[in-house]
Design a binder for this molecule. Structure first.
Ligand code: ADP
Length: 396
């Protein structure tokens, strides 16, 4: 049977999952951490809970891919590496060039590199990795799966900012969104769970993780999403501010004597959100643990819930109603208390959850709705890697 790899590469990490296809069985998952540093580590989980770890330093992308290939072979995950017929790569920015996943050739590789301005920390690294895989596994089909692609169905009234139109035409200044692969997976899965065609459903997907976004999905297509030109926009996140008035950037730069706007963007990306408000942690679990004794932890939680509720309300209005609400990602799948708090404000939509089910549901598919709820509320664990290998399979 064919094996397909899903790869999620960053500048210092390489995460991967190996699937047996078309059975869609996950055979292994691995991580190369702190690449380029003396303390680099390889961790692999496979079989029935077996683990492999190595501390051999990994200096660069070639060595990371060589170690991945060597380990897959030596752990017996494949007999021969040629069984891996395809590799799917998560690529952060596809701009307006890529509205769906594509087989990568030299030209597409160049286009991915050319989109670097949209994701300077991600696209160049991802393009470099794809090039290494193309060289080291020349028999495999390399496929790029874009975080932004699913949102390319948004119409101009939703993706344009109210700024001079030329900036869009000349510089691509618009909303692109993110988490598209996750939203595509969970919305399709939700339709299956509801036993209804995607075309008959208006859904709002709450992808709540360390990065969070809300997406309106109608007829299986993204109508609008809370992240913007970059994943900094939208709701409050672990360390990201979400939406703010841009004038505040100029004001704070003056007050804080920050000469470089990059430094200010860094603060909004890394020192803000739940961490910034609470001064305690970017992790929802820490805030919940401290909520009763630490007012700022409670405030951070309240603001998070408030922003999600506001986006959900605006998307229900945009779609003239909603048929299903979906919780996914780390907080959405496991944060029973957060789900409860959010849902307390959504009863007006006709969405009611059974808290006996809610407080028992963690990381597994569940219909949280009460029998009399006119809007369904579902917990659908995301699986971006499965979506990636499905795309590779379809394109191989
Ligand atoms: P990433 O965007 O890094 O993939 P995840 O989707 O894994 O993030 O979400 C990570 C976040 O999920 C953590 O920061 C934590 O706040 C949250 N989380 C995990 N488990 C729980 C839980 N039991 N209750 C509340 N929040 C949780």
């Amino acid at each position: 049977m064919a094996k397909i790899l899903a790869v999620n590469a960053g500048s210092s990490t390489l995460k991967w999952k190996l699937f047996d296809m078309p059975a869609e069985v996950q055979l292994a998952e691995g991580l190369v951490d702190r690449l380029g540093q003396p303390q680099s580590k390889v961790k692999i989980k496979y079989g029935d809970g077996q683990k492999y770890e190595s501390d051999t330093p990994i200096a660069n992308y070639q060595e990371a891919v060589a170690s991945l290939m060597g380990n897959i072979k030596s752990l017996g995950l494949v007999e021969h590496l040629h069984e891996i017929i395809g590799v799917g790569h998560r690529v952060v920015a596809g701009g307006e060039v890529f509205a769906e996943s594509v087989v990568v050739d030299d030209e597409t590789l160049l286009q991915i590199q050319n989109l670097r301005d949209y994701a300077p920390l991600h696209n160049p690294v991802e393009a470099d990795y794809i090039a290494v895989f193309m060289k080291m596994m020349p028999w495999a089909t390399e496929v790029a799966v874009f975080d932004t692609a699913f949102h390319q169905t948004m119409q101009p009234e939703n993706f344009l900012y109210s700024i001079p139109y030329d900036y869009y035409k000349k510089y691509g200044a618009r909303k692109y969104g993110a988490h598209g692969t996750s939203v595509r997976y969970v919305s399709a899965r939700a339709a299956e769970m509801l036993n209804k065609p995607l075309e008959d459903l208006r859904m709002i997907v709450m992808h709540l993780g360390s990065g969070s976004s809300i997406t309106a999905v109608k007829d299986g297509q993204s109508i609008d999403t809370s992240m913007g030109f970059t994943p900094l926009a939208g709701v409050t996140m672990g360390t990201r501010s979400g939406d703010i008035d841009p004038s505040l950037v100029a004001y704070l730069m003056k007050k804080l004597d920050i000469p470089d706007v990059g430094q200010m963007i860094h603060i909004l990306n890394n020192d803000s959100g739940l961490l910034g408000i609470s001064g305690l942690s970017n992790d929802m679990r820490d805030l919940e643990a401290a909520e009763d004794t630490n007012p700022r932890a409670k405030l951070a939680l309240d603001i998070f819930v408030n922003r999600v509720v506001k986006y959900v309300g605006s998307y229900a209005a945009l779609m003239n109603g909603v048929d299903a609400l979906i919780f996914t990602a780390g907080i959405g799948e496991n944060g029973d208390e957060v789900r409860d708090k959010i849902m307390r404000s959504l009863g007006y939509l006709g969405a009611k959850i059974d808290n006996d089910i809610n407080y028992k549901s963690h990381g597994v598919e569940a219909d949280l709705s009460t029998p009399d709820s006119t809007v369904k509320t579902l917990l659908v664990p995301t699986n971006e890697e499965l979506m990636i290998v499905r795309d590779v399979m379809a394109l191989s």
